[in-house]
Design a protein around this ligand. Structure first.
Ligand code: 8YV
Length: 321
C-alpha cells in the first residue's frame, strides 16, 4: 500500500510530481484561501506525512487526530506553527528548511531597511498620486545608511548574511545574541553588545530571532524607549517578537523614526491594522524568502525531508528542541 501525504498549500508541479512517484498525494490547491481547519482535520486522519507552511497551525488536537502520522515537514526555517511537544510525545518527526533561504531573506531584510530609511514606498506614492509639483531641498528626506550603526538582535545564519551586506554599505555592525559569535566577530568585523547598549547605539535595529515563549515581545515599550528618535526598526522574523501596540505608540509619539515590517502578529494582517495607517511604516506580506529559486529550493527540501521521514530514514533537517 502506498504511503499517504497531505500538502497544505499548492506546491509547484515539479515538487508534487516527485512526491507522487512514491506516495499518494492530497493537496489544498486554492492559492487565495488557506485550508479550513475542518478540511485539514479530515484530510490528515490517515496520512503518513504532512507538508505544511508556517501559516498553518499544527496543534495538539490536529496531531492527535492523525493516528498514522510520522513526519511533519514544514516548508520554512521557522516552526513556531507546530506544537513540537505534542509531536515529540507521539514520536512524530518535525523537519524544517534551513540554509536554502538564508541569503534571500537577508537580501529582503536589507532591501526593507533601505526602503524604510529612504522612504521609497512613500516617495513612489507621492509621485504616482500627482503630489510632485516642485522640487525643494528637504523633500522626502530620509536617513543615511552608509556610515550608520546597524544593531542585529539574533546572530544566526540570516543575521550573519545581513551583517555581510551591511559591511558592504560601510555600516558599523553590532549584535546581541544568546551566545557570543567569536568567529563571526573576527570574520565580519562586528561587535557584541548587550541588548540595552545595542538599542541605545543603533541607527537601525533588525530583529532576527525565532519566535518562542522567550522571544515574544523582544521589542516592547521599554526597548523602544531606549532607541534613538531617528532610529529605524526592521522585523523580518515573526510578528510576535515585536509588540505591535507598543510600536504604534512609539511611532505616533516619535520615539523612533520609522519601521519596516515583513511579518505581523496576525497574518494576513487585517487591512485596518493601525500600523498600516502610518506613512513611516513600510509593510510587506511576509515575502522574506520569496524568490523563485529559493521557494523552489525550499519546496524540494521540504519534499526530501518528508520522503526520508516516511520511508524510515532520518531526514537531514530534523528539528531537535
Ligand atoms: C516561509 C518563513 O517562506 O522560513 C520561514 O520561517 O517565515 C518563510 O521563509 C513562509 O513562512 C512559508 O512557510
Amino acid at each position: 500500500m502506498k504511503l499517504k501525504i497531505y500538502i497544505t498549500r499548492k506546491l509547484p508541479d515539479a515538487v508534487v510530481d516527485r512526491l507522487r512517484e512514491i506516495c499518494e498525494v492530497s493537496m489544498w490547491d486554492k492559492e487565495e484561501e488557506p485550508v479550513p481547519r475542518e478540511v485539514l482535520m479530515k484530510e490528515i486522519r490517515d496520512v503518513d506525512g504532512i507538508l505544511s507552511m508556517v501559516s498553518d497551525p499544527i496543534d495538539e488536537t490536529l496531531i492527535n487526530q492523525a493516528t498514522q502520522l510520522k513526519v511533519i515537514s514544514n516548508m520554512a526555517v521557522g516552526y513556531n506553527n507546530i506544537d513540537i511537544k505534542a509531536a515529540t510525545e507521539r514520536g512524530i518527526m518535525v523537519t524544517n528548511t534551513p540554509g536554502v533561504l538564508t541569503e534571500t531573506t537577508a537580501d529582503l531584510t536589507f532591501a526593507l531597511l533601505m526602503a524604510t530609511a529612504r522612504r521609497l514606498v512613500e516617495s513612489s506614492d507621492y509621485l504616482r498620486e500627482g503630489k510632485w509639483k516642485s522640487w525643494f531641498p528637504m523633500q522626502l528626506t530620509g536617513q543615511d545608511i552608509h556610515g550608520s550603526t546597524l544593531g542585529i538582535i539574533g546572530m544566526g545564519r540570516i543575521g550573519e548574511a545581513l551583517a555581510k551586506r551591511a559591511k558592504g554599505f560601510d555600516m558599523n555592525v553590532i549584535y546581541t545574541n544568546r551566545s557570543r559569535k567569536s568567529k563571526a566577530e573576527e570574520e565580519l568585523g562586528i561587535q557584541y553588545k548587550d541588548k540595552e547598549t545595542l538599542l541605545r547605539e543603533s541607527d537601525f535595529v533588525c530583529v532576527l530571532v525565532p519566535f518562542t515563549l522567550e522571544t515574544k515581545d523582544t521589542i516592547n515599550k521599554e526597548e523602544l524607549a531606549l532607541m534613538k528618535p531617528t532610529a529605524v526598526l526592521i522585523n523580518t522574523a515573526r510578528g510576535g517578537v515585536v509588540n505591535e501596540d507598543a510600536l504604534y505608540e512609539a511611532l505616533i509619539n516619535k520615539e523612533i523614526w520609522a519601521a519596516g515590517l515583513d511579518v505581523f502578529q496576525e497574518e494576513p494582517v487585517p487591512i485596518d491594522h493601525p500600523l498600516l495607517t502610518l506613512p513611516n511604516v513600510v509593510a510587506l506580506p511576509h515575502i522574506g524568502s520569496s524568490s523563485i529559486n529559493t521557494r523552489m529550493k525550499m519546496a524540494h527540501l521540504a519534499a526530501t525531508n518528508l520522503i526520508d521521514g516516511i520511508s524510515g530514514n532520518t531526514p537531514k533537517n530534523l528539528v531537535v528542541e
